[in-house]
Design a protein around this ligand. Structure first.
Ligand code: UDP
Length: 270
Protein backbone atom coordinates (compact mmCIF):
# COMPACT_ATOMS: atom_id res chain seq x y z
CA UNK A 1 0.00 0.00 0.00
CA UNK A 2 1.48 3.33 -1.04
CA UNK A 3 0.06 6.64 0.19
CA UNK A 4 1.12 8.79 3.08
CA UNK A 5 2.30 7.74 6.54
CA UNK A 6 2.13 10.70 8.89
CA UNK A 7 4.61 10.44 11.76
CA UNK A 8 4.34 13.15 14.44
CA UNK A 9 2.79 15.53 11.92
CA UNK A 10 5.26 14.88 9.10
CA UNK A 11 3.64 13.24 6.02
CA UNK A 12 6.01 10.71 4.47
CA UNK A 13 5.38 9.24 1.03
CA UNK A 14 5.40 5.49 1.46
CA UNK A 15 7.37 4.72 -1.67
CA UNK A 16 10.41 2.67 -2.61
CA UNK A 17 13.61 4.09 -4.08
CA UNK A 18 12.53 2.91 -7.55
CA UNK A 19 9.16 4.64 -7.18
CA UNK A 20 10.74 7.85 -5.86
CA UNK A 21 13.11 7.90 -8.85
CA UNK A 22 10.21 7.21 -11.23
CA UNK A 23 8.10 10.06 -9.80
CA UNK A 24 11.07 12.43 -10.03
CA UNK A 25 11.81 11.52 -13.66
CA UNK A 26 8.15 11.89 -14.66
CA UNK A 27 7.99 15.32 -12.99
CA UNK A 28 11.18 16.29 -14.82
CA UNK A 29 9.77 15.16 -18.18
CA UNK A 30 6.46 16.90 -17.61
CA UNK A 31 8.25 20.00 -16.28
CA UNK A 32 6.13 19.85 -13.13
CA UNK A 33 7.81 21.78 -10.33
CA UNK A 34 8.52 19.32 -7.52
CA UNK A 35 10.06 20.02 -4.13
CA UNK A 36 11.58 16.99 -2.44
CA UNK A 37 12.43 16.95 1.26
CA UNK A 38 14.33 14.12 2.91
CA UNK A 39 13.39 14.16 6.61
CA UNK A 40 15.18 12.01 9.17
CA UNK A 41 14.24 11.55 12.86
CA UNK A 42 16.23 14.63 13.92
CA UNK A 43 14.21 16.74 11.52
CA UNK A 44 10.88 15.31 12.68
CA UNK A 45 11.91 16.14 16.26
CA UNK A 46 12.98 19.67 15.29
CA UNK A 47 9.61 20.23 13.59
CA UNK A 48 7.82 19.51 16.90
CA UNK A 49 9.28 22.72 18.32
CA UNK A 50 9.41 24.79 15.14
CA UNK A 51 5.95 25.43 13.67
CA UNK A 52 7.33 27.12 10.59
CA UNK A 53 9.52 24.10 9.86
CA UNK A 54 6.49 21.79 10.29
CA UNK A 55 4.45 23.92 7.83
CA UNK A 56 7.32 23.92 5.35
CA UNK A 57 7.74 20.13 5.55
CA UNK A 58 3.99 19.71 5.00
CA UNK A 59 4.21 21.83 1.85
CA UNK A 60 6.72 19.50 0.14
CA UNK A 61 5.60 17.55 -2.94
CA UNK A 62 7.54 14.43 -2.01
CA UNK A 63 8.86 13.51 1.45
CA UNK A 64 11.13 10.52 1.45
CA UNK A 65 12.14 8.76 4.68
CA UNK A 66 15.87 9.42 5.02
CA UNK A 67 16.57 7.48 8.18
CA UNK A 68 16.09 3.93 9.37
CA UNK A 69 14.46 5.33 12.54
CA UNK A 70 11.55 6.62 10.44
CA UNK A 71 11.07 3.19 8.85
CA UNK A 72 11.27 1.39 12.23
CA UNK A 73 8.85 3.78 13.94
CA UNK A 74 6.42 3.48 11.02
CA UNK A 75 6.08 -0.27 11.71
CA UNK A 76 3.71 0.70 14.54
CA UNK A 77 1.52 2.70 12.14
CA UNK A 78 -1.30 1.41 9.92
CA UNK A 79 0.64 2.06 6.71
CA UNK A 80 4.23 1.06 7.55
CA UNK A 81 6.88 2.59 5.33
CA UNK A 82 8.35 -0.03 3.02
CA UNK A 83 11.96 1.10 2.90
CA UNK A 84 14.43 3.82 3.69
CA UNK A 85 15.02 6.11 0.72
CA UNK A 86 18.19 8.08 1.43
CA UNK A 87 18.35 11.47 -0.27
CA UNK A 88 21.96 10.77 -1.22
CA UNK A 89 20.99 7.52 -3.00
CA UNK A 90 18.05 9.13 -4.79
CA UNK A 91 20.35 11.86 -6.10
CA UNK A 92 22.94 9.31 -7.28
CA UNK A 93 20.23 7.31 -9.06
CA UNK A 94 18.93 10.51 -10.63
CA UNK A 95 22.44 11.43 -11.85
CA UNK A 96 22.78 7.99 -13.50
CA UNK A 97 19.51 8.53 -15.36
CA UNK A 98 20.03 12.11 -16.50
CA UNK A 99 23.70 11.88 -17.48
CA UNK A 100 22.71 10.96 -21.03
CA UNK A 101 20.11 13.75 -21.29
CA UNK A 102 20.31 17.51 -21.73
CA UNK A 103 19.12 18.12 -18.16
CA UNK A 104 21.49 20.16 -15.99
CA UNK A 105 22.12 20.45 -12.26
CA UNK A 106 23.22 23.19 -9.80
CA UNK A 107 24.79 22.55 -6.37
CA UNK A 108 24.02 25.07 -3.63
CA UNK A 109 25.47 24.59 -0.15
CA UNK A 110 28.39 23.39 1.95
CA UNK A 111 31.52 25.24 3.01
CA UNK A 112 33.52 27.29 0.50
CA UNK A 113 34.85 25.00 -2.25
CA UNK A 114 32.97 21.87 -1.17
CA UNK A 115 30.16 22.08 -3.75
CA UNK A 116 32.73 22.75 -6.45
CA UNK A 117 34.83 19.69 -5.53
CA UNK A 118 31.61 17.66 -5.31
CA UNK A 119 30.68 18.90 -8.77
CA UNK A 120 34.00 17.80 -10.29
CA UNK A 121 33.87 14.39 -8.56
CA UNK A 122 30.27 13.75 -9.64
CA UNK A 123 31.01 14.71 -13.25
CA UNK A 124 33.88 12.22 -13.20
CA UNK A 125 31.74 9.51 -11.59
CA UNK A 126 28.72 10.02 -13.88
CA UNK A 127 30.30 10.71 -17.29
CA UNK A 128 28.11 13.06 -19.32
CA UNK A 129 26.41 14.62 -16.28
CA UNK A 130 26.20 18.39 -16.67
CA UNK A 131 26.51 20.36 -13.41
CA UNK A 132 26.50 23.91 -14.68
CA UNK A 133 27.13 25.78 -11.44
CA UNK A 134 27.78 25.63 -7.71
CA UNK A 135 27.91 28.01 -4.76
CA UNK A 136 28.76 27.63 -1.07
CA UNK A 137 25.96 27.81 1.49
CA UNK A 138 27.24 30.51 3.83
CA UNK A 139 25.50 33.57 2.37
CA UNK A 140 23.14 35.57 4.59
CA UNK A 141 19.37 35.37 4.11
CA UNK A 142 18.12 38.48 2.35
CA UNK A 143 21.65 39.63 1.42
CA UNK A 144 22.76 40.92 -2.00
CA UNK A 145 24.90 37.76 -2.26
CA UNK A 146 21.76 35.64 -1.92
CA UNK A 147 20.10 37.61 -4.70
CA UNK A 148 23.18 37.07 -6.89
CA UNK A 149 23.02 33.34 -6.23
CA UNK A 150 19.33 33.21 -7.21
CA UNK A 151 20.03 35.27 -10.33
CA UNK A 152 22.91 32.98 -11.26
CA UNK A 153 20.76 29.87 -10.82
CA UNK A 154 18.02 31.36 -13.01
CA UNK A 155 20.52 32.47 -15.63
CA UNK A 156 22.04 28.97 -15.83
CA UNK A 157 18.51 27.56 -15.72
CA UNK A 158 19.29 24.08 -14.31
CA UNK A 159 16.37 21.64 -14.34
CA UNK A 160 17.60 20.21 -11.02
CA UNK A 161 18.67 22.26 -8.01
CA UNK A 162 20.24 20.55 -5.00
CA UNK A 163 20.21 22.61 -1.79
CA UNK A 164 22.46 21.51 1.08
CA UNK A 165 22.27 24.19 3.77
CA UNK A 166 21.52 21.84 6.67
CA UNK A 167 18.05 21.58 8.20
CA UNK A 168 15.84 23.54 8.82
CA UNK A 169 17.57 26.25 6.82
CA UNK A 170 17.54 24.40 3.49
CA UNK A 171 13.83 23.51 3.67
CA UNK A 172 12.84 27.05 4.70
CA UNK A 173 15.07 28.50 2.01
CA UNK A 174 13.51 26.30 -0.66
CA UNK A 175 10.00 27.17 0.58
CA UNK A 176 10.73 30.91 0.52
CA UNK A 177 12.40 30.96 -2.89
CA UNK A 178 10.87 28.13 -4.92
CA UNK A 179 8.53 30.44 -6.81
CA UNK A 180 11.33 32.72 -7.99
CA UNK A 181 13.55 29.79 -9.01
CA UNK A 182 13.09 28.33 -12.49
CA UNK A 183 14.34 24.84 -11.59
CA UNK A 184 11.85 21.98 -11.92
CA UNK A 185 13.17 19.57 -9.30
CA UNK A 186 14.45 21.11 -6.04
CA UNK A 187 15.82 18.75 -3.40
CA UNK A 188 17.01 19.44 0.16
CA UNK A 189 20.13 17.30 0.42
CA UNK A 190 21.65 18.05 3.85
CA UNK A 191 25.32 17.16 4.03
CA UNK A 192 25.38 15.33 0.67
CA UNK A 193 27.95 17.69 -0.90
CA UNK A 194 30.34 16.84 1.95
CA UNK A 195 30.01 13.17 0.99
CA UNK A 196 30.15 13.76 -2.79
CA UNK A 197 33.31 15.85 -2.36
CA UNK A 198 34.98 13.19 -0.20
CA UNK A 199 35.14 15.52 2.84
CA UNK A 200 32.92 13.11 4.77
CA UNK A 201 32.89 9.36 4.17
CA UNK A 202 29.54 7.63 3.73
CA UNK A 203 29.13 4.47 5.82
CA UNK A 204 30.32 1.23 4.19
CA UNK A 205 27.54 -0.94 2.69
CA UNK A 206 27.59 -3.27 5.70
CA UNK A 207 26.35 -0.47 7.98
CA UNK A 208 23.82 0.82 5.43
CA UNK A 209 22.42 -2.66 4.71
CA UNK A 210 22.04 -3.40 8.43
CA UNK A 211 20.31 -0.10 9.20
CA UNK A 212 23.37 1.07 11.13
CA UNK A 213 24.42 4.16 9.17
CA UNK A 214 23.53 6.28 12.21
CA UNK A 215 25.96 4.18 14.30
CA UNK A 216 28.76 4.64 11.76
CA UNK A 217 28.19 8.41 11.81
CA UNK A 218 28.24 8.36 15.59
CA UNK A 219 31.62 6.63 15.77
CA UNK A 220 33.22 8.53 12.89
CA UNK A 221 31.78 11.97 13.73
CA UNK A 222 31.56 11.91 17.57
CA UNK A 223 30.77 15.65 17.53
CA UNK A 224 27.33 14.63 16.29
CA UNK A 225 26.70 12.57 19.45
CA UNK A 226 24.67 15.29 21.15
CA UNK A 227 22.49 15.75 18.07
CA UNK A 228 21.93 12.01 17.91
CA UNK A 229 20.61 11.79 21.46
CA UNK A 230 17.23 12.71 19.99
CA UNK A 231 17.05 9.36 18.16
CA UNK A 232 15.81 7.19 21.09
CA UNK A 233 13.52 10.02 22.19
CA UNK A 234 12.12 10.13 18.64
CA UNK A 235 11.34 6.39 18.72
CA UNK A 236 9.46 6.65 22.00
CA UNK A 237 7.55 9.77 20.96
CA UNK A 238 6.70 8.36 17.51
CA UNK A 239 5.26 5.17 19.02
CA UNK A 240 3.32 7.31 21.55
CA UNK A 241 2.02 9.45 18.67
CA UNK A 242 0.69 6.34 16.91
CA UNK A 243 -1.37 5.44 19.98
CA UNK A 244 -2.56 8.99 20.60
CA UNK A 245 -0.19 9.84 23.46
CA UNK A 246 2.07 12.87 23.59
CA UNK A 247 5.17 11.79 25.49
CA UNK A 248 7.46 14.55 26.69
CA UNK A 249 10.83 14.41 28.38
CA UNK A 250 11.55 17.36 30.60
CA UNK A 251 14.69 17.46 32.72
CA UNK A 252 14.57 13.76 33.59
CA UNK A 253 10.78 13.81 34.07
CA UNK A 254 8.48 12.00 31.67
CA UNK A 255 4.94 13.21 31.06
CA UNK A 256 2.31 11.41 29.00
CA UNK A 257 -0.73 13.33 27.73
CA UNK A 258 -3.46 12.57 25.23
CA UNK A 259 -2.36 13.99 21.88
CA UNK A 260 -4.42 16.73 20.19
CA UNK A 261 -5.15 14.21 17.43
CA UNK A 262 -6.80 11.79 19.86
CA UNK A 263 -8.68 14.57 21.66
CA UNK A 264 -10.10 15.82 18.33
CA UNK A 265 -11.13 12.31 17.38
CA UNK A 266 -13.00 11.94 20.70
CA UNK A 267 -14.68 15.31 20.17
CA UNK A 268 -15.86 14.22 16.69
CA UNK A 269 -17.25 10.94 18.06
CA UNK A 270 -19.39 12.80 20.63
N1 UDP B 1 25.57 24.34 5.63
C1 UDP B 1 25.51 25.42 4.74
N2 UDP B 1 25.08 26.62 5.21
C2 UDP B 1 24.70 26.82 6.48
C3 UDP B 1 24.73 25.72 7.38
C4 UDP B 1 25.18 24.49 6.91
O1 UDP B 1 25.84 25.27 3.57
O2 UDP B 1 24.30 27.94 6.81
C5 UDP B 1 25.99 23.03 5.12
C6 UDP B 1 27.16 22.39 5.85
O3 UDP B 1 28.37 22.89 5.34
C7 UDP B 1 26.92 20.93 5.51
C8 UDP B 1 25.39 20.82 5.43
O4 UDP B 1 24.92 22.15 5.30
O5 UDP B 1 27.45 20.63 4.25
C9 UDP B 1 24.75 20.18 6.66
O6 UDP B 1 25.31 18.98 6.87
P1 UDP B 1 24.79 17.95 7.97
O7 UDP B 1 25.70 16.78 7.92
O8 UDP B 1 24.59 18.65 9.27
O9 UDP B 1 23.37 17.61 7.37
P2 UDP B 1 22.48 16.32 7.46
O10 UDP B 1 22.83 15.52 6.24
O11 UDP B 1 22.74 15.63 8.74
O12 UDP B 1 21.10 16.92 7.37
Amino acid sequence: MAGITKIMGVPFNNISMTEALGITLIALNERKKTVIYTPNPEMVMAAQKDREFMTVLNSGDLLIPDGIGIVKASKFYPNPIKERVAGYDLVQALFSKIKTTVNTVYFLGGAEGVADTARQKMQRKHRGLSITGSHHGYFKDGSPEEKEVIDEINRLNPEILLVGLGFPRQEKWIYNHKDELNSIIIIGVGGSFDVMSGKVKRAPDFYINHGLEWFYRLITQPTRAKRMLVLPVFMIRAIGDRFGAKIEFNGGKVSIKKSAKKKNKKRKEK
